[in-house]
Design a protein around this ligand. Structure first.
Ligand SMILES: *Cc1c(COP(=O)(O)O)cnc(C)c1O
Length: 311
């Protein structure tokens, strides 16, 4: 397998990988306002079918993000879906794949201060990325000393590249301290999220997660898992403010997001969760989520976009 896909999508057409270059003077400012999506596609070996997970919702969020950073793009959500499916087909993607659409300010060396002149350039790449669902991965978390960005500073709701500096600072801090993953508190001292993933915990047979005003990115995975918990497990799901110490006495904790999928957390600030293994609710949600994303059940078909593979 080659180290890069054959094609990417760039400003209205498929472009061969090697031909997609920009001038080096563009790098400093083009990404400050840039917004992106992270989307997974899952290969179903028996069906020989690739399923993109909740593509419509991701592309709608890309449009919302690009509006909010004032970098409009002149393609519709339906166009974005069609472009992505076509690109996956063109690249012959027959394995788990990560799709990365990016809207950025091209030619950003000049003119970036005039909002009337801003427009977004669009780039979409597709890369092989295996899922870690079902691999038994477990992580140890630490509360970072960095505070999560807030809505009046750097809106966390937007997948804006600049926002990720905050999560990087937290990640580097806790990794250097020997942990796997960071958690962040908001300016109000309440639990917000992990860098790039939302937090959920189980206590007394309820699934609890910080609400959308807790400085979280409104995760599509989070929404999917809340739906599975409510509809398939009949479990109460509560979105509210969460205290840090609630996590210490939780029965189970996990992270969720496109990258994290479902990642069990077995220790926080050196408090062990349950017996230190993956809890029963987490396991069950992971099983349901896996079936939904891989296309092994009919109930969540509306979440999947099938890419009819080319021969
Ligand atoms: C993308 C992202 C998530 C997860 O959102 P999904 O829609 O599930 O991929 C969580 N937090 C942050 C900061 C993110 O950027």
């Amino acid at each position: 397998m080659s180290e890069h896909p054959k094609y990417l999508w760039w400003n209205g057409e498929p472009v061969a990988w090697a031909d997609a270059t920009v001038h080096v003077s563009d790098i400093a400012w083009s990404a400050t306002g840039a917004v992106f999506e992270g989307i997974r596609a899952y290969w179903n070996e028996e069906q020989e079918e690739l399923y993109v997970f909740r593509l419509h919702e991701h592309m709608q969020r890309l449009k919302d993000s690009s509006k909010m950073v004032r970098l409009p793009i002149d393609v519709t959500v339906d166009d974005l879906i069609e472009i992505t499916v076509e690109l996956l087909r063109r690249n012959g993607s027959r394995e788990d794949t990560y799709i990365f659409p990016l809207v950025y300010f091209g030619g950003a060396r000049t003119g970036r201060s005039d909002p009337a002149k801003l427009r977004g350039d669009l780039l979409i790449t597709t890369d092989p990325r295996p899922s870690h669902l079902g691999t038994g991965v477990k992580q140890r978390a630490k509360m970072s000393s960095w505070t999560r960005i807030s809505d009046n500073v750097m809106p966390p709701r937007v997948k804006n590249i600049s926002n990720y500096r905050n999560g990087q600072l937290a990640t580097y801090e806790v990794k250097l301290d020997g942990y796997d993953v960071a958690l962040l508190l908001g300016p109000d001292g309440k639990v917000s999220e992990a860098p790039g993933a939302c937090v959920m915990f189980v206590k007394n047979d309820q699934l609890i997660t910080p609400d959308p005003a807790s400085g979280i990115l409104e995760s599509i995975t989070r929404d999917s898992i809340m739906t599975l918990a409510r509809e398939d497990l009949g479990m109460p799901v509560i979105e509210r403010r969460v205290d840090r110490t609630e996590l210490y006495t939780a029965d189970e904790i996990f992270l969720c997001g496109t990258m994290a999928e479902i990642t069990p957390i077995v220790e926080i600030d050196r408090f062990q969760m349950g017996d230190g293994g993956i809890g029963p609710v987490t396991s069950e949600l992971e099983r349901l989520f896996t079936e939904a994303v891989r296309g092994n059940e009919p109930k969540r078909e509306s979440w999947r976009t099938a890419v009819e593979a080319s021969a």
